[in-house]
Write a protein that binds this ligand. Structure first.
Ligand SMILES: Nc1nc2c(ncn2[C@@H]2O[C@H](COP(=O)(O)OP(=O)(O)OP(=O)(O)O)[C@@H](O)[C@H]2O)c(=O)[nH]1
Ligand SMILES: [Mg+2]
Ligand SMILES: [Zn+2]
Length: 359
C-alpha cells in the first residue's frame, strides 16, 4: 500500500515537512477499537498504540486519533505494531459533543472529502433531518452529497427527490437503491481515486448495505429494520475505512444516535418546528404535555395531526440536551429540578380546580 493510495497529498506532505520527527513515518487510521488503532501506510497494516508522551497529552485534553486521521508513527516491525507520536492537523473533521466532567468535543472521523447524507425514502422520510446533516457537513469542511436510498420501495421517489432539491443548497442528490443497484453507477462515477467518503444517516437507512454494494462484497453486517416503525436498531457499532475498487475510500458509521448531539440545540429547534409551534399554543407556558389541561401538543396527537412517536423523539432529544447542560452547569441542574417540581404542583392545582368546578 502507498500512502498516496490512502489519500496522502500535497497538503499532508507540507504538514509533514514541518512536523515530522526522526524515525517516524506517516500512517492513516483505518479502524479503532478501545485504546488501539489500526493503521495503514507504506508498510503492512498493523495495530498502533499511543506512546507514553502522546498518551499523557491526550489524557490532558488533547485529541485521541479518529478514523481517517493521519498520524506520525514509529514502526516496531519486530512486534508487528507501531507507536503513535502525533496526530497531523486535520483538514476536515466531524465532531460530537460528549458529556464528561466537562462537555468536550470528540472527533469521530477526520480528513473527510465527501460526506454522503443517506436517507431512506420509505418510512419516515424527512427533509428537516437532511437539513440538519447538511449544516453539520458545512461546518465540518467536508463536501456534502445527498443519497436517497430505497427508491425501489417508494413509488413517489421522484417527488421526494424534488422536495429534497429545494433544501439541498446545491449539494448533489443521488436517487438509488442499494438493494437493486439502481442509480449506483452515477454515485460511483462521482467518486475520485484517493478521496475519503463518509456515510452519515439514521440507523436502518441502508448505509452498510450500500458499503457492501460499493465494495462488491459483504464486509459490513446489515440488519432488517423493525417492521413496526421502519426505524432500525443499530447494527453498525464502529467505524472503519474501506478501500473501494475505484480507489476512493469509504467509512461506514453507526446511525444518527451518536451524531445527534452536534450543535444540537439549534438542530432541535429546526427539526422540531412543528412541535415547537404547538407548544407555543399550550395553555401553560411550562406545559410538560403530560395531561395538563389545554395542552395543544396532546390535542394534536389525539386529532392525528402530530405523531406520538415524534413527540417521544422530541422528548428524548430534549432530555439529552438537558443532561448535557446539567453536566456543564450544575446550577442549571438545580433550576431544572425546581421547574419540574413547580410544574407538577401546577398540574395538581389545575386538576383540583377542575374537580371543584364539577361539584
Ligand atoms: N427495499 C430496500 N431495502 C434496503 C435498501 N437498502 C437497505 N435496505 C434494507 O434496510 C435495512 C437496514 O440496512 P442497513 O444497511 O443495516 O442500515 P444501516 O444504515 O447500516 O443501519 P445502522 O448500521 O443501524 O446505522 C436492511 O434490511 C436492508 O436490507 C434498499 O435500497 N431498498
Ligand atoms: Mg450499518
Ligand atoms: Zn402541552
Amino acid at each position: 500500500m502507498l500512502i498516496q493510495d490512502l489519500g496522502w497529498d500535497a497538503y499532508f506532505e507540507a504538514l509533514w515537512r514541518e512536523n515530522s520527527e526522526d524515525g517516524c513515518v506517516p500512517a492513516r487510521v483505518v479502524s479503532q477499537q478501545r485504546g488501539l488503532w489500526r493503521v495503514a501506510g507504506d508498510f503492512e497494516e498493523c495495530w498502533a498504540e499511543p506512546s507514553g508522551k502522546f498518551r499523557k497529552e491526550s489524557e490532558a485534553g488533547g485529541d485521541w486519533p479518529a478514523v481517517g486521521d493521519w498520524l506520525s508513527v514509529e514502526r516496531r516491525p519486530e512486534k508487528q505494531s507501531a507507536l503513535i507520536h502525533q496526530v497531523l492537523a486535520r483538514r476536515t473533521r466531524f465532531v460530537r459533543k460528549v458529556a464528561g466532567k466537562q462537555i468536550a468535543e470528540q472527533v469521530i472521523v477526520a480528513n473527510i472529502d465527501v460526506a454522503l447524507i443517506v436517507a431512506a425514502l420509505d418510512g419516515d422520510f424527512n427533509v428537516r433531518r437532511i437539513e440538519r446533516y447538511l449544516a453539520q457537513c458545512w461546518e465540518s469542511g467536508a463536501r456534502p452529497a445527498i443519497v436517497l436510498n430505497k427508491a425501489d420501495a417508494c413509488p413517489e421517489s421522484r417527488e421526494l427527490a424534488a422536495e429534497t432539491e429545494r433544501i439541498a443548497m446545491g449539494a448533489p442528490i443521488f436517487l438509488i437503491s442499494a438493494k437493486t443497484g439502481e442509480g449506483l453507477d452515477l454515485l460511483v462515477a462521482s467518486f475520485r481515486k484517493g478521496q475519503t467518503i463518509v456515510l452519515l444517516g439514521s440507523s436502518g437507512v441502508g448505509k452498510s448495505t450500500l458499503v457492501n454494494r460499493l465494495l462488491q462484497e459483504e464486509r459490513q453486517t446489515t440488519h432488517a429494520v423493525r417492521a413496526s416503525d421502519s426505524r432500525g436498531r443499530h447494527t453498525t457499532t464502529s467505524r472503519e475505512l474501506f478501500l473501494m475498487p475505484g480507489g476512493a475510500m469509504i467509512i461506514d458509521t453507526p446511525g444518527l444516535r451518536e451524531l445527534q448531539l452536534w450543535n444540537a440545540a439549534e438542530g432541535l429547534e429546526e427539526s422540531f418546528a412543528d412541535v415547537d409551534q404547538l407548544r407555543s399554543q399550550c395553555r401553560f407556558t411550562d406545559c410538560q404535555h403530560q395531561q395538563e389541561p389545554g395542552c395543544a401538543v396532546e390535542a394534536a396527537i389525539r386529532a392525528g395531526t402530530l405523531d406520538a412517536d415524534r413527540l417521544e423523539s422530541w422528548r428524548k432529544l430534549q432530555r439529552e440536551q438537558e443532561f448535557l447542560a446539567r453536566k456543564v452547569d450544575p446550577e442549571i441542574g438545580a433550576a431544572q429540578k425546581k421547574r419540574i417540581k413547580i410544574s407538577m404542583r401546577q398540574v395538581r392545582r389545575n386538576y383540583q380546580e377542575r374537580d371543584k368546578g364539577k361539584n
